[in-house]
Design a protein around this ligand. Structure first.
Ligand code: HPA
Ligand code: ZN
Length: 348
C-alpha cells in the first residue's frame, strides 16, 4: 500500500450515505438464503457477481431488491448491520448515518419491528464494542405511492427515538420529490430531519424540489446540480451538504469515468461535499475505496482529503460537542501524519 492509501485508511471520517441493504455481500446472501429457505436465481457466488454489471440505476435496483429478499428474521438484520459496523471500524469510520428501506421488507411480509429491532440491536453493539456511533435514516421508496410511505411513517412513530431522519430513494426518473410533499411535511412535524436522493439520474429540478418542497437538510448525490448555475450558487451560499458516492456513480453510468467525476469541481465551487459508499457490496468498494478512487483519478491533495473528512463530520447529524470532538481527532491525525507525506501536503 502506498503512503496516501495508508493515510486514507487511518483518516478519521464519517459515512453519511450508506444503504444497509447494499452492504449484503454475496457470501452472507447465500448463507441467509440457505438458512431461511429462500431461493436465489444464481447457482453460485461467481454467477451472482457476474450479474453485477449494471446499465443504470433501475438495473441495479432489480438485483438489490432480489438480494435483500434473503433478509427475513431479526437475526438477519442484526448480522447484516454488525458486519457493516465491523468493516466501518476497520476503515476508521467513526460515525455512520445509515439508510434502511422498510417498505422493501414489509412489502414481502417481514414486520417493521423485525427490521428495526435487528438493525438497532447491532447499532447499540457497534457503539459499545467498536466505538462506532450511528444514526438511522428511514427511506421511502419513491417508485411506490405516497399513501404507502404514509403508512410506513405511521409504523415508524413508535420508534421515533431510534430514527433520526427520513429519506427518499429507489427509482428516481419519473418520481420527483414533489410526489412526497405531504409525507415529508408530516415527518418533519413529528420531529424527523429530512434528506432525499435527488440529482443522481434525475435533473437539477429534482434538487430544487427536494430543497423547496421537502425542505431537506442534505441532498443525497445531487451531482446534476452543476447543470444549474443558480442552484449551484444556492448550495454554495447555504453550505447545504451533498453526499456523493463516486464508485456508485461510476458503476451506474452516472459519470463516464472517474477522471470526469465532478467532486473536485464541486469543492472548488465551495459546495459542502462528502464522499460515501452507497451500496458497497454491489459497487466494488467501501468508504476507503471511494476515497482512494477519487484521490487517484482527480489527484486530490492531503489538504483536500482533510477537507472531505472534515465535511463528513460537519454534514452529520451529530450534536456540536460530539462533532467537535471528532473534528479535533481528525485535525490531530492530519497534523501528525501529513508532514511525512511531502511539501505543503501535496502528493504529486
Ligand atoms: N439511488 C437510489 N436508490 C437507491 C440507491 C441509489 O443509489 N441505492 C439503494 N437505493
Ligand atoms: Zn443511495
Amino acid at each position: 500500500m502506498n503512503a496516501i492509501s495508508t493515510f486514507i485508511e487511518h483518516l478519521p471520517k464519517a459515512e453519511l450515505h450508506l444503504h444497509i441493504e447494499g452492504t449484503l455481500e454475496p457470501g452472507p446472501m447465500f448463507e441467509m438464503a440457505a438458512r431461511n429457505g429462500v431461493e436465489l436465481p444464481y447457482a453460485s457466488i461467481d454467477e451472482l457477481e457476474a450479474a453485477y454489471d449494471f446499465g443504470d440505476l433501475d438495473d441495479f435496483l432489480g438485483l438489490y431488491y432480489r438480494g435483500m429478499s434473503v433478509l427475513v428474521r431479526e437475526r438477519d438484520f442484526y448480522d447484516l448491520t454488525w458486519a457493516y459496523l465491523q468493516k466501518a471500524r476497520r476503515q476508521t469510520v467513526l460515525h455512520a448515518e445509515i439508510f434502511f428501506d422498510p417498505q422493501a421488507h414489509t412489502g414481502r411480509g417481514v414486520a417493521f419491528s423485525t427490521v428495526i429491532d435487528g438493525i438497532h440491536r447491532a447499532l447499540l453493539d457497534g457503539e459499545e464494542k467498536l466505538g462506532v456511533s450511528a444514526k438511522l435514516i428511514m427511506c421511502f421508496l419513491r417508485h411506490l405511492e405516497e399513501d404507502d410511505a404514509m403508512q410506513t411513517l405511521d409504523q415508524a412513530l413508535a420508534y421515533k427515538d431510534r430514527i433520526a431522519a427520513v429519506g427518499l430513494d429507489s427509482s428516481e426518473l419519473g418520481h420527483p420529490p414533489g410526489k412526497f410533499k405531504a409525507v415529508f411535511a408530516r415527518a418533519r412535524a413529528e420531529g424527523f430531519l429530512a434528506v432525499a436522493h435527488a440529482g443522481e439520474e434525475g435533473p437539477a429540478e429534482y434538487v430544487w424540489e427536494a430543497l423547496d418542497i421537502l425542505r431537506v437538510v442534505r441532498i443525497d448525490h445531487g451531482i446534476r446540480s452543476l447543470d444549474d448555475a443558480r442552484l449551484t450558487r444556492r448550495l454554495a451560499d447555504t453550505r447545504l451538504p451533498l453526499t456523493l458516492c463516486p464508485l456508485s456513480n461510476l458503476r451506474l453510468g452516472v459519470v463516464k469515468d472517474m477522471p470526469s467525476h465532478p467532486l473536485r469541481e464541486m469543492m472548488q465551487k465551495n459546495l459542502l461535499v462528502t464522499v460515501n459508499s452507497d451500496d458497497p457490496a454491489y459497487f466494488g468498494g467501501y468508504l476507503n475505496e471511494n476515497y482512494r478512487a477519487v484521490q487517484e483519478a482527480l489527484g486530490l491533495t492531503v489538504k483536500q482529503l482533510h477537507a472531505l473528512a472534515r465535511n463528513s463530520f460537519l454534514a452529520s447529524f451529530l450534536g456540536a460537542p460530539s462533532r467537535q470532538a471528532l473534528i479535533a481527532r481528525l485535525d490531530d491525525y492530519v497534523a501528525r501524519r501529513a508532514p511525512s507525506l511531502g511539501d505543503a501536503g501535496t502528493i504529486r
